[in-house]
Design a protein around this ligand. Structure first.
Ligand SMILES: Cc1cc2nc3c(=O)[nH]c(=O)nc-3n(C[C@H](O)[C@H](O)[C@H](O)COP(=O)(O)OP(=O)(O)OC[C@H]3O[C@@H](n4cnc5c(N)ncnc54)[C@H](O)[C@@H]3O)c2cc1C
Length: 447
């Protein structure tokens, strides 16, 4: 029982009777429609502390939220308190130390813009509206990951409010076990992170490629694309591939390259020769423009969807390409897609056990995605993703924790591999009463 006297809630408080309530409770995946008791938009760390204490005194379940992009809508729940940090957006850049301390309310693209205007970068996600909190805590796969690693590989320190309402700092030198767990353990498990200190890197211009083909060229293009994710492949290029079907089709490679346009053209020659492209754009452009072009092809506004992202560890054989082609040629809803995010390079330089993000040696992360226009589309859309994931299981390993799927039974192994037991031990130290819990959250080990 939590005995400390309850403080009042502070920050911007939204209750069910308030006109903003319906907007405030909405999440990016509109398939989920949940009704919390209260939503607290923290303006500063003190508001987070007060909200945790308030909730614990009343035994009210807590959910933590930043960018609202959790695939299963788990940052909101019925009859609970949502502690939302999205209005905490301060950032301090220290040029001499090459660091930026950023409050966790910023979205990925806001962080990219804020730093980009200073000629700096921390590898951000592809989607403009993903919150840096959830993105970073799950690992943070970026269009700069092959040269510069995951977001967590650039994280130096996190500030976190724990279940007792105490502010902790986690870094290599302080609470190192927590720092290990926060780097890939997934959001909402250990406490509420209020700021991150990242290492920044200078970046002004990149060479950027965007090449599209008719969808009928899926197999030759994908065969060639995969070779750019091999360990020996040029790590200055992070390649992406979108294969979409439904009301419209798309087969498009995008890639950010830290080098010149001429080098990139030469590098991409085998891919350009794999089939006849419809459109080719290969140019040196400002980094922020490249980030904006990638962001423009991501889902931009809330919609109902199902998605999940396992890892690929091998060049996919014909049997796997046949499965992809079959699913893509049978879209059950208005829009389905398969997305490959090239990994390896600096991501793979880090051992699997060095941070909680386990699947370091994957060549890429593959996501199956469906969305629908009418409620009747939900069943077929969800089944399409689930059947696709199962059909591809012989060719994939694990699942990215930032793409949770509640239908996965052995989720500890799927998300964390052999890092799971250690995560439960860290949980037992920092949240022994399991105050921060939700379906598929990490339970405390019995110590
Ligand atoms: C369209 C789209 C594109 C994406 N693109 C990428 C990509 O390029 N790369 C990539 O790696 N991932 C990507 N993702 C996945 C994304 O990283 C995860 O969905 C991530 O968890 C979203 O974080 P959020 O803060 O927006 O979401 P939220 O729903 O707010 O939170 C996600 C999880 O983190 C917890 N959490 C939120 N804030 C905090 C906090 N302050 N402290 C502790 N826990 C917290 C929540 O409780 C929840 O469990 C994408 C997702 C979508 C929907």
């Amino acid at each position: 029982m939590y005995l400390e006297k309850s403080p009042n809630l502070t920050g911007r408080i939204v209750l069910p009777e308030d006109p903003q309530y319906n907007t405030a409770r909405q999440v990016f995946n509109t398939f989920f429609d949940r009704y919390p008791l209260v939503i607290v938009f923290a303006q500063e760390t003190r508001d987070v502390i007060n909200a945790i204490k308030w909730a614990r005194c009343r035994d009210i379940p807590i959910r933590v939220r930043s960018g609202r992009h959790n695939y299963e809508g788990l940052s909101v729940r019925n009859a609970g308190i949502v502690i939302d940090v999205s209005e905490m957006k301060r950032a301090e850049i220290d040029r001499s130390r090459q660091t930026a301390t950023i409050q966790t309310g910023l979205r990925d693209y806001q962080m990219a813009q804020l730093l980009g205007e200073q000629g700096l970068v921390v590898p951000p996600g592809l989607c403009p509206t993903t919150g840096i909190a959830g993105f970073t805590l799950g690992g943070g796969q970026s269009s700069l990951s092959r040269p510069w690693g995951l977001a967590i590989d650039n994280l130096l320190e996190a500030e976190m409010v724990n279940a007792d309402g105490r502010v902790l700092h986690a870094s290599r030198d302080e609470n190192a076990d927590l720092f290990w767990a926060l780097r890939g353990g997934g959001g909402g498990n250990f406490g509420i992170c209020t700021s991150f200190r990242f290492r920044t890197r200078p970046l002004e211009t990149v060479a950027y490629a965007e090449i599209s083909w008719p969808i009928s060229d899926l197999k030759p293009v994908l065969k060639s694309w995969q070779t750019y994710t091999l360990p020996e492949a040029e790590r200055r290029l992070t390649p992406l591939l979108t294969i979409a079907a439904g009301d419209s089709t798309l087969l498009m490679m995008q890639g950010v390259f830290l080098g010149t346009e001429t080098e990139l053209r030469t590098l991409l020659q085998p891919l350009l020769n794999s089939a006849v492209p419809q459109d080719i754009f290969i140019e040196e452009i400002p980094w922020l423009e490249a980030a904006a072009r990638i962001a423009a092809t991501q889902p931009g506004s809330p919609e109902p969807f199902k998605s999940v992202g396992p890892f690929v560890y091998q060049l996919l054989p014909d049997a796997a390409l046949n499965i992809i082609e079959r699913f893509i040629s049978e879209p059950p809803t208005s829009s389905v897609s398969v997305f490959f995010h090239g990994l390896g390079g600096a991501v793979a330089d880090v051992p699997n056990q060095a941070t909680a993000y386990y699947y370091r040696k994957a060549l890429s992360n593959i996501s199956y995605f469906s969305t629908w226009d009418t409620p009747e589309g939900a069943g077929p859309g969800i089944r399409w993703v689930e059947s696709f994931r199962k059909a591809m299981q012989p060719f994939t390993r694990g699942v990215y924790v930032n793409t949770p799927d509640l239908s996965i039974c052995n989720w500890p192994k799927a998300y964390y591999g052999s890092n799971y037991q250690r995560l439960t031990r860290v949980k037992a130290i920092y949240d022994p009463e399991n105050i921060f819990r939700y379906p598929q959250s990490i339970p405390p080990a019995c110590l």
